[in-house]
Design a protein around this ligand. Sequence first.
Ligand code: PLP
Length: 471
Amino acid sequence: MPKLDPNSDEFRAAGHRLVDWAADYLDGIEQYDVLSRVQPGDIEQQFAATAPDDGRPYDALITDFAKKIVPGITHWNHPAFFAYFSITGSQAGILAELLTAVINANGMVWRTSPSLTELETVTMRWLRDALGLPSNLFGIINDTASINSFLGLAAAREALGLDIRMQGMTGRDLPPLRVYCSEHAHSSIEKAALALGFGVKGVVKIASDENYRMLPEALEEAIARDRAAGALPCAVVATLGTTSTASVDPLPRIGEIAEREKLWLHVDAAYAGSAMIVPELRAMWNGIERADSIVVNPHKWMFTPIDCSVLFTRHPEVLRTAFAVAEVPAYLTLTDSAEVNYMDYGLQLGRRFRALKLWMIFEHYGVERLRNVIREQIGFASRLAEELQQREGIELLAPASFSVVVFRVVREDEAASERATMELIEKMNESGQLFVSHTRLRGHYGIRVAIGNGATEWKHVAQILTHIDER
Ligand code: PLP
């Protein structure tokens, strides 16, 4: 019987070609339209209905990849990708992904690849310290902020002391549980709460001020109202860098309330957390020492290819209690006394070697270079906001925050403003030169620009102004 890969000759040749393709792609990325222009089904219809019985050489596949698949790619690595929060890949991160696949280690437990576990411990310490976070935090890498917020809230539920881990939530007399977050919190908080049995009604959305920051007084009132009605407040989620405007909830006040009310404080810093490597921004973190769990996504703003999201907690033992299996199956029992087996701190057993990306990025660029890129991008956003404010018929919908700017076109009434704003978005995105996304704030439809690609220069951002001026 033939082996799957008889030797590495074909692999080596194709690998060289692919690395060349990747370097050419990154060097020439601006020749592509940022937003893919294909229609639904265009990509699918190019492929056979069933998998081929006989294989083809890599050369033919590389050609097909460029011809059939690349047209359906929206180019997240493009320096004028300003939509959502960019996934800021970097060359160091790409190389680490290659090595991760080559090694193909699964860090289920320490012995299944000691380097995987121990490099995760090292890079979690590096990241924690680089972000100026308290030294008592334990960190773990998972795929996304959605999963990490789920884990943080699972720990919050465990910390209630209701023995939900052993007894579950059904068939017993439990009070309704409540999680509080701002009306601008990311939808992943609601999903986490749903999966944990809090129910849609268990998520209490707190009103925000004129700059989209949670109102602490409204939080206090909601907690008091719920307690009076017999519900059990469990956790409060503060967001540092909300999705629509990158606003920052008032952490010190929210932290005080959480402490007084004995609520778990979860901080969603999925996007803006990375910016805390810049020391002069650290005042935004004031009060973070009260956080029981914190999410930061290096794959949003620390030049790490997707996926890489980090959960920090000062209560690893609670997280562990929530997720360590009651009886370790025989095939997983351990004889080594490793300090940490990450499988005990979440749902998944199998674990990708994501720490390799962080290690490569920290080592190759150094923290100072990362800081400077983030500083520059925040500077681009402030400059864009200033320029926009000087333009007739353009209105900022929120103060520029971190690297996010939200604005709209103003016309005689709301409907005309919305139409003109949509037309401007379409014009920009159809040009292929850049990609922006939209949001809605207090009824106003707005254009949302988030800068975060490692290759972005002012000239890329300035295209937004050119499109406005040439309307
Ligand atoms: N939290 C915030 C503030 C976000 O903006 C996002 C996504 O944009 C998320 C969480 C969810 O991130 P992920 O895609 O890693 O689950």
